[in-house]
Design a protein around this ligand. Sequence first.
Ligand code: HEC
Ligand code: HEC
Length: 307
Amino acid sequence: MNDDQKDVDKVSGVETTGHEWDGIKELNNPMPRWWLWVFYITIIWSIGYWIVYPAWPVISGATKGSIGWTQYKKLADDQAEIIARQTIYMDKFSRASFQEIMHDNELYAFAMAGGQAAFKENCATCHGSGGAGNKGYPNLNDDDWLWGGTLEDIHFTIKHGIRSIDDDTRLSEMLAFGKDNLLKPEDINAVTDYVLTLSGKEQKPTYERGKTVFQENCASCHGLEGKGLREVGAPNLADAIWLYSGDRKTIYETVFYGRKSVMPAWKDRLDENTIRALTIYLHELGGGEPDKPPLQQEPVNADGTGQ
Ligand code: HEC
Ligand code: HEC
């Protein structure tokens, strides 16, 4: 389009740019002044930015910028800040007793988070990611404990292990009554059926024989009623919760071949703070015993109903 043929919009009296779409023409208004100013300011700002921060790619990397800012330095600063914050907690945490931690919301949250992370990393392979266990690996979610569920019990178990190579390991053994010829095959069959009755299975004709065998050979560890004994980590056989399995074949195998599952000692692999965090995490995960902290109780309303 040439200059002397300028197309002027009749309604607004403004010249058009000459662009036209389906009869709609674009007015050639000037840019709003405020917009132009913002535009100029961003240009000035970007020049300042080039000078202050690393900006232009050059063969040796990039211009350095006048204040020496780098992403590495920023990361290092951020990390130092995180570590500084953690150290404050760690110091407090390592000096606090279990009771103090349980009654301090911050330390408690710190222990739970640390314990959960350490559990996933070190324990989940055997105990399952939520601690629900597997055949031969106890469920740590429930209130059924082989060796005890107080904070002190759990702490000791984690530190020293069970049948581990640690000098202070928890130690006991389910004897191999068949393999080592401690019992005759009929007695093993009878006692196996008797064990099943403890958790409600029907009585077989050999019941009385099985009961006698049990009282003479098993009660010293599992208790007269088969309720287990924590001093020797002998499981409760009367609660229908099984470390191995509750079917007849597995129980027979246990009595015939014995069992000695191993839980490693962690005191040389994990630091004391991690072990304490794990202790609290497990105590809270399952039915931790006695020292339940008040903050685990249901909130109680003014009327005391807890509703
Ligand atoms: C190599 C497998 C294995 C790993 C890894 C393992 N455990 Fe165990 N854990 C066991 C076995 C097996 C038992 C049961 C031992 C027994 O029958 O007395 C056990 C028992 C326990 C108990 C005692 C439960 C009770 O009822 O008294 C606790 C607590 C425990 N483990 C915690 C942990 C923690 C915490 C970790 C990680 C730091 C961990 N375990 C890692 C195999 C493992
Ligand atoms: C010296 C102590 C001791 C004696 C005696 C003993 N047990 Fe055990 N028993 C244990 C221990 C410890 C375990 C757990 C083993 C493990 O975790 O590896 C166990 C485990 C078992 C289990 C597996 C329980 C489960 O939850 O899966 C059965 C079943 C069992 N015993 C039956 C018997 C019977 C029947 C007798 C007698 C004929 C007997 N025990 C005698 C210590 C003993």
